[in-house]
Write a protein that binds this ligand. Structure first.
Ligand code: NAP
Length: 549
């Protein structure tokens, strides 16, 4: 893969398909940065992006109330000091429109768009064993070939609609949060339904409740939510942030999940009840994920420690929701605090004190069907002007499943992963040479303040492809032993975590997707620092576990 190797590329004999050194699928945060880095290596790169603009998650998720749960200044790219100094976040937790503006600013600054083909959804990717390259076909029939294929498809980008009878019969407006229209939706005076109370539903509900004539929330499983405590970034803090980026990123680098928050060294039951209460109160009063990521060190592993924290949050829910019956419905009974993703909120619980908001507990009255005018449960018929599906995603592997990816001997990736993902470092898959999966399953980036781990993934892949280019290597594939060992390590690391006892997208559960009903672990829970160390060690040992030919 150099000017010379491009001419040598056997794929060049294959007719009219466009030829590249590398094809990247997706122009979200990982695809954009990967493009930038590979262009610096002098490689020819084409990015195929389904949307009409850059930004991935932040392009698609335009639903009301969408915003960061990570501190803005810990979320942006860290690779360019100039970019860090030029860009100003206006809030500690930026809202989606600002984040999308930021990503467009990055695309302009680094002139990324000239290598991105927008409106181009990839339909299939097939490995050509003789040509040692990938054939990529788009939904519009266009196709291209490249020595390497890099997926930058994001862990939460395959939206799933609820499997409710007659779902499409509704004659009012209906939206999924993950494919929200570009035009503003006016809720003023309207009768609105929200189905789903995950992180997305919570953000949507608290925003829509401000203007809707009437809002009905359909909740199947409540989640433990905690306050975001967002605020504007004043001029003095702006200067301070800009001056301390090295320290901010160093903090993220040292933490398990790439956040500025770090778990407390104490166990929840090692301290007195008064100390525990004071610590939890402090976390509850602070901005961001401290209450989740910076809590007692044993909260994720010790049921009793977890119970103590859950009790604290339950007390808060009871204090904030005036109607005790409604409060009880908002309290999770099937899992402990933090064992599913904690939605961060702003006055979420207070929404249920409003006269124009109704909570429908689907455990008491399940949805029977959607009708042309609303939603029918076993107990009542509700009429709506707008239905919002905040029903989540076919997480992590779902975006892969939606592309027909075939490796050696025509093996389908979807079949290989039918019982759960198998990868090496969450970056490569046995039987799928020259395919690299940024933020893929079993990659630390899936359980991370994601841009921090995206930068690690991209920089590691860039180093690998530099090595490939400099050594005239044509084929990179993991050994099956390396894949087995990594997969085993991923499951072992997760085994002690309370996450694994609970249904959630972390565990690959999505009742709306056939076949996604068995618990498997999609993330890597060993932590970003350990993951980075392992990746660096593999590279330092001549890409140990990979066959380079
Ligand atoms: P989610 O956490 O999977 O929540 C989906 C919700 O829809 C759940 O409450 C689910 O109920 C409900 N649901 C699904 N199908 C249903 C059906 N047929 N009938 C009734 N209810 C149904 O999805 P999400 O809220 O979109 O969040 C996904 C992830 O995106 C988050 O965990 C987070 O990582 C990310 N996110 C990040 C941010 C941010 O950074 N600011 C914001 C939003 C989301 P059950 O729980 O009972 O299945």
């Amino acid at each position: 893969m150099s000017a010379k190797s491009q001419q040598d590329n056997p794929a060049a004999d294959a007719g009219p398909a466009k030829q590249f050194d590398v094809i990247i699928i997706g122009a979200g945060m990982s695809g954009m940065y990967q493009l930038h880095r590979l262009r610096e290596l002098g490689l020819s790169v084409r990015v195929f992006e389904a949307g009409d603009g850059v930004g991935g998650t932040w392009y698609w998720n335009r639903y009301p109330g969408a915003r960061f749960d990570s501190e803005s200044y810990s979320y942006g790219y860290s690779f360019s000091e100039e970019l860090l100094q030029e860009w100003e976040w206006s809030e500690h937790f930026s809202a989606q429109p600002e984040t999308l503006r930021y990503l467009n600013f990055v695309a302009d600054k680094f002139d990324l768009r000239r290598n991105i083909q927008f409106g181009s959804r990839v339909k299939s990717a097939t490995y050509d064993e003789a040509g040692i390259c990938w054939n990529v076909e788009l939904e519009d029939g266009d196709n291209a070939r490249a020595r390497f294929l890099i997926t930058a498809v994001g862990p939460l980008s395959a939206p799933t609609m609820p499997n409710i009878k007659a779902r499409d019969s509704f004659r009012g407006e209906s939206f999924h949060t993950g494919t929200w229209p570009h035009e503003p939706v006016d809720f003023t005076g309207k009768r609105v339904a929200v189905i789903g109370t995950g992180a997305t539903g919570v953000q949507t509900i608290q925003e829509v409740a401000k203007t809707a004539g009437h809002l009905t929330v359909f909740q199947r499983s409540p989640n433990y939510c905690a306050p975001l405590h967002n605020s504007p970034i004043e001029a003095a803090s702006q200067r301070e942030i800009k001056a301390s980026y090295p320290q901010i990123f160093a903090k993220c680098r040292a933490s398990h999940g790439g956040f500025i928050h770090k778990a407390d060294h104490r166990g929840a039951l090692e301290v007195s009840p008064e100390e525990r209460e004071a610590f939890l109160e402090k976390l509850y009063g602070e901005p961001g994920f401290g209450i989740w990521i910076g809590n007692f060190r044993d909260m994720f592993t010790d049921q009793k420690a977890n119970d103590a924290v859950s009790e604290f949050i339950i007390k808060k829910i009871r204090a904030r929701v005036k109607n005790p019956k409604v409060a009880e419905k908002l309290i999770p009974r099937d899992h402990g605090f933090g064992t599913r993703r904690v939605p961060l909120e702003t006055n979420y619980y207070e929404v249920y004190n409003q006269d124009n908001v109704l909570l429908v507990d689907l455990n008491e009255a399940p949805i029977q069907r959607i009708t042309p005018t609303g939603i029918e449960t076993s107990a009542a018929v509700h009429e709506f002007d707008i239905i919002i599906h905040a029903t989540g995603f076919d997480a992590v592997t779902g975006s892969f499943d939606r592309i027909d990816i075939r490796g050696e001997a025509g093996q389908k990736l979807k079949d290989k992963w039918a019982d759960g993902p198998r990868t090496y470092l969450g970056l490569q898959i046995g039987g799928f040479p020259n395919l690299l999966t940024l933020v893929g399953p079993h990659n630390a980036a899936t359980f991370c303040n994601i841009p921090r781990c995206i930068e690690q993934n991209v920089e590691w892949v860039t180093d690998l492809l530099r090595h490939v280019r400099d050594n005239d290597i044509k084929r990179v594939a993991p050994t099956l032993e390396a894949e087995d060992a990594w997969t085993e390590h991923v499951y072992q690391t997760a085994a002690a975590l309370l996450f694994t006892k609970v249904d959630s997208w972390f565990m690959g559960i999505n009742p709306n997707v056939p076949g996604k009903d068995k618990r498997t672990f999609l993330l890597y829970a060993g932590g970003a620092p350990a993951y980075r160390e392992k990746c660096d060690e593999v590279a330092a040992n001549g890409y140990e576990g990979f066959l380079l030919q």
